[in-house]
Design a protein around this ligand. Structure first.
Ligand SMILES: Nc1ncnc2c1ncn2[C@@H]1O[C@H](COP(=O)(O)OP(=O)(O)OP(=O)(O)O)[C@@H](O)[C@H]1O
Ligand SMILES: [Mg+2]
Length: 344
């Protein structure tokens, strides 16, 4: 993996205070609660957390694809190359989607339509974004397939998805994803586990595209093992909020939030005969039934007084680029950091 970008001025995606709610039969729930993250050119930001922690809804909010009317973005800003996407008209936004920012799905069968040829499917995106037709469109399709190193693209355009190997299908999905030269790609891993060879092809493809085109990638996954291989930085989400964020090395060497430690601990280790370190106890919280203050308090091993549990922990930068939600009891445990936090 290439080294992470260092300049602040390279920020392409800047999500600020994103807050998204759903109306459910239990009332309103906050699926994404004041989430901020930035991704720079050529950087991969991993977003990890248990099922239901708000990883996908954050991505859908960025893309303005939150299912409506049940879901609604109630606050925040999403700057893509300096432009706030939440202020665009629907028409402008539909140009940005699949244009400047696109999603690459891990399951190629889900992303491709079995009844259309490869050429038709890659061509459709290019037609929509560039308005090309005929020969120029056909040329552009071949070029897109070449970019993802599909051999003999002139022949492949006539194939249907089932005629291709899993790895080739993944490349077609990649061709569609980057045909519009996006600056940001969101890769959202599905909950269902896929064939390992498909997963490997997907990871290789994303890395190749990033190396060649300097894509900023938001990589959503449950799997801390994949994070280590793919990401420069990581945001850990719990109950709709970021509880810890840092570069990958720091997250693995010096995780500070109990939740991060537990997620890292549940990665199977090669050196321990498949033994797993202690898992996190308990279930992810129900959003309609969240405790008012610290959502993690009920699962924490630390001692919380009712008053401690009632305090909503702030995300604090404890060392450069390392952000963590420090609850009151954890501040006591990390005496070193206590001067940085003031609880009113
Ligand atoms: N259409 C919806 N209607 C109501 N609530 C929803 C809807 N979609 C998501 N939510 C709520 O938002 C929360 C976050 O969902 P999200 O899909 O972002 O989780 P996730 O972190 O992507 O989980 P997974 O790892 O399973 O994909 C869910 O727990 C759920 O309560
Ligand atoms: Mg999801």
């Amino acid at each position: 993996m290439h080294p992470p970008p260092s300049s602040q001025s390279d920020v392409v995606l800047d999500v600020r205070n994103m807050t998204t709610e759903f109306t459910t039969k239990w009332g309103r729930v906050r699926a994404v609660d004041d989430v901020s993250y930035q991704v720079r050119r050529g950087e991969t930001l991993g977003v990890v957390g248990e099922s239901g922690s708000g990883k996908s809804v954050t991505a859908l909010s960025i893309m303005r694809l939150v299912p409506s009317p049940a879901g609604r973005i109630v606050g925040g800003e999403v700057f893509l190359n300096g432009r706030d996407l939440l202020k665009l008209s629907d028409k402008e936004m539909s140009k940005v989607r699949g244009g400047e920012i696109s999603m690459i799905l891990q399951d190629p069968m889900q992303a491709l339509n079995p009844v259309f040829t490869v050429g038709q499917q890659v061509g459709e995106t290019i037609r929509i974004h560039e308005g090309l037709r005929g020969r120029p469109l056909a040329d552009k399709v071949i070029e897109a397939l070449k970019k993802v190193r599909i051999p003999a693209p002139e022949r492949r355009v006539k194939d249907y998805p089932h005629q291709l190997s899993g790895g080739m299908r993944q490349r077609v999905v990649g061709a569609i994803g980057i045909s519009s030269s996006p600056s940001v790609v969101i890769a959202d891993e599905p909950t269902t586990s896929l064939d390992v060879t498909i997963q490997a092809a997907y990871l290789r493809l994303l890395r190749q595209l990033q190396d060649e085109y300097g894509l900023a990638i938001v990589f959503i996954t449950h799997d801390f093992g994949v994070v280590a291989k793919m990401c420069h930085r990581v945001a850990v989400m719990y109950a709709g909020r970021i509880v810890e964020m840092a570069d990958v090395r720091t997250i693995f060497n010096n995780p500070l939030h109990e939740y991060t430690k537990a997620l890292i601990g549940s990665v199977p280790r090669m050196d321990a005969d498949g033994d797993r370190l202690p898992q996190l106890d308990g279930q992810p919280p129900l959003l309609h039934d969240l405790p008012a203050g610290d959502a993690f308090a009920p699962r924490s091993k630390l001692e919380f007084s009712p008053e401690d549990a009632g305090v909503r922990p702030e995300l604090v930068e404890v060392e450069e680029g390392h952000w963590v939600q420090l609850s009151r009891p954890s501040v006591a445990a990390f005496d070193h950091y206590s001067h940085m936090v003031s609880y009113g």
